[in-house]
Write a protein that binds this ligand. Sequence first.
Ligand SMILES: *[C@@H]1O[C@H](CO)[C@@H](O)[C@H](O)[C@H]1NC(C)=O
Ligand SMILES: *[C@@H]1O[C@H](CO)[C@@H](O)[C@H](O)[C@H]1NC(C)=O
Ligand SMILES: *[C@@H]1O[C@H](CO)[C@@H](O)[C@H](O)[C@H]1NC(C)=O
Ligand SMILES: *[C@@H]1O[C@H](CO)[C@@H](O)[C@H](O)[C@H]1NC(C)=O
Length: 633
Amino acid sequence: MGIPPANSISDTENPLLGIHKNDTPIPFPKPKRAKFVILFAFLILTGLAFGSSKTSWLSKTQQNFNGEVHIGDPEIVESAKGVVAADDARCSKVGASMLRRGGHAIDAAVATALCVGVVNPMASGIGGGAFMVVRSASTSEALAFDMRETAPAAASENMYKNDPKTKVSGPLSMGVPGELAGLHEAWKKYGRLPWKTLFQPAIQLAKNGFKIHGYLGNDIIKHQNTIKADPGLRQVFAPNGKLLQTGDICYNLKLAESLEAVAEQGPEVFYNGTVGERLVKDVKKAGGILTMDDLRNYKVRVNNALTVDVMGYRILGMPPPSSGTLGIAMILNILSNYGSTNAIEGPLGLHRLIEAMKHMLAIRMNLGDPAFVNVTKYMSDMTSPSFAKEIWHKIYDKTTFPPEYYLSRWNQVQDNGTSHFCIVDAERNAVSVTTTVNYPFGGGVLSPSTGIVLNNEMDDFSTPTEDSPDTLPPAPANFIQPGKRPLSSMTPLVILKDDQLAGVIGGSGGMNIIPAVIQVFLNHFIQGMDPLTAVQSARVYHKLIPNVVSYENVTVLDGEHIELPEQTRLFLEKRGHQVKPIGIAAICQLIVQTFESSVDLGHKTGRKFIGDTYLGTLTAVSDPRKDGRPAAI
Ligand SMILES: *[C@@H]1O[C@H](CO)[C@@H](O)[C@H](O)[C@H]1NC(C)=O
Ligand SMILES: *[C@@H]1O[C@H](CO)[C@@H](O)[C@H](O)[C@H]1NC(C)=O
Ligand SMILES: *[C@@H]1O[C@H](CO)[C@@H](O)[C@H](O)[C@H]1NC(C)=O
Ligand SMILES: *[C@@H]1O[C@H](CO)[C@@H](O)[C@H](O)[C@H]1NC(C)=O
């Protein structure tokens, strides 16, 4: 029994959206699944597909194509053609609709990003920034688009000295927004659909209203004081003086106007035109320092993706100021020293992972914006197998250590918020995007004349005055300078196996992103869990200081309960870890490509290839921790 291609299955909801067959979510954990299909015989098949690599990881990595597919779960879809996994069902569909029109994955990414900016304005939007990794299937080129917010020209190292609160909230906490510039740059290079077309779904949602889903609804309640205190936020989230709630329809007419202008006139109207002028005027009026020159001088940085080969996979990600790819590289290099998959499974494997994460956190705070600080040494350390081996020798199976042991020199910056989505198109072009306004509702200011939520990304910088006796000193590599970009945990990744696309992955949740992404990566690609279980499984987090392992114990919006097993918790406590429960700390989206038949794999000229590019089945998962759903064509 095999899996029929998605387009041959009739879908009760929408025939174009893949295999959303059963509307009833099956609770997790699922001791007995009503419906599943075992993909069998893949040990042999993947052996053929990836036969060239002979590492000790191979035997287990093969199993990742041997999992169960939970047909019927709304968090998972399959397709032979193209998939989008965003943290909102409407936006996954918007992305898929662009793929269906023949768009490149980048077209879908622009439309999806604009959509999540409208329906989840607490997490991202055109007033924020993003990291995007794109891998083109036909050229194998992998680019990293850095559209992160930048310190304004009038910013300075000690600007928050007299009033530290202004670093976290209010208009002074705002960095120069990069999202629109970055989306446009990527679209100029890869886009096939008209720029204007990509904006229409987001404009409609903002103009005609969108239903507030649970995650936004909860954030409106949680941050109601912030909303009530700001005239712009009130205008959108408390029209007529009453806070909107889950299920209500929300309108952002000013944002619709801004998006319409950018759709018609291009990003210049934001960076050097009327939308920008209105934004700057609102920011000035609120007490901020953003100028038109700041907007005019904003530059997207486009570099080759950072490439790391580890455990039989090639990982493509963002270079600094992201600490994500380097963090993942260092942890995987450390764990590689154990030599086998078994060694990093189960409670002991988790202890080893936590120890590797603690070492990584200590070293990552030496990173900063490479345009301003020389991070060459730390980049080479964090990607070096021999450096990882030295660290590995310091990890003990029987105990953990206090923070000093990890030679941490600098206090961690703790970022927040964000939204992540993954897209793969019919040609297997792959896009991984993490987008953010930092804290929920950014700096707590919405520009009334443009409908744009201001980010508070300046809080991701370290400052000299954040020094107190009970913390480590602030990290100088991450001090503010005009035009500099703050360090980030955002970790959008594209994963290759033998030069073929194996997956796309990333997450949201600030400092918890790296631990979340690495656990999902290990679960699926190394330990062989099926994609949904890999995302759903309970996770742990660590911040080095305090010296605490946070374990998930949470019931998510659709009623599924996610909790680290008791015996794992007890095992960690026996090793000296202090453990504490945590709620939803990070959200991950995942796409994987699996390989179907030996005949197709054996004959490159077969219908399963375009040129050298293999066309396997795509499986997309949106994390049930947020109310997202993936979509397929
Ligand atoms: C901004 O617009 C003006 C004309 O309106 C133009 O002369 C100038 O080159 C533009 N600057 C940038 C950075 O695009
Ligand atoms: C950066 O630091 C490395 C050593 O850590 C050094 O070799 C290199 O010359 C430095 N680059 C610059 C531009 O100073
Ligand atoms: C932001 O992250 C910090 C550190 O993780 C946390 O203490 C804080 O509560 C978060 N803020 C919001 C508004 O979620
Ligand atoms: C998990 O959370 C539930 C409440 O939702 C609580 O009753 C239970 O004690 C918690 N368990 C652990 C181990 O934290």
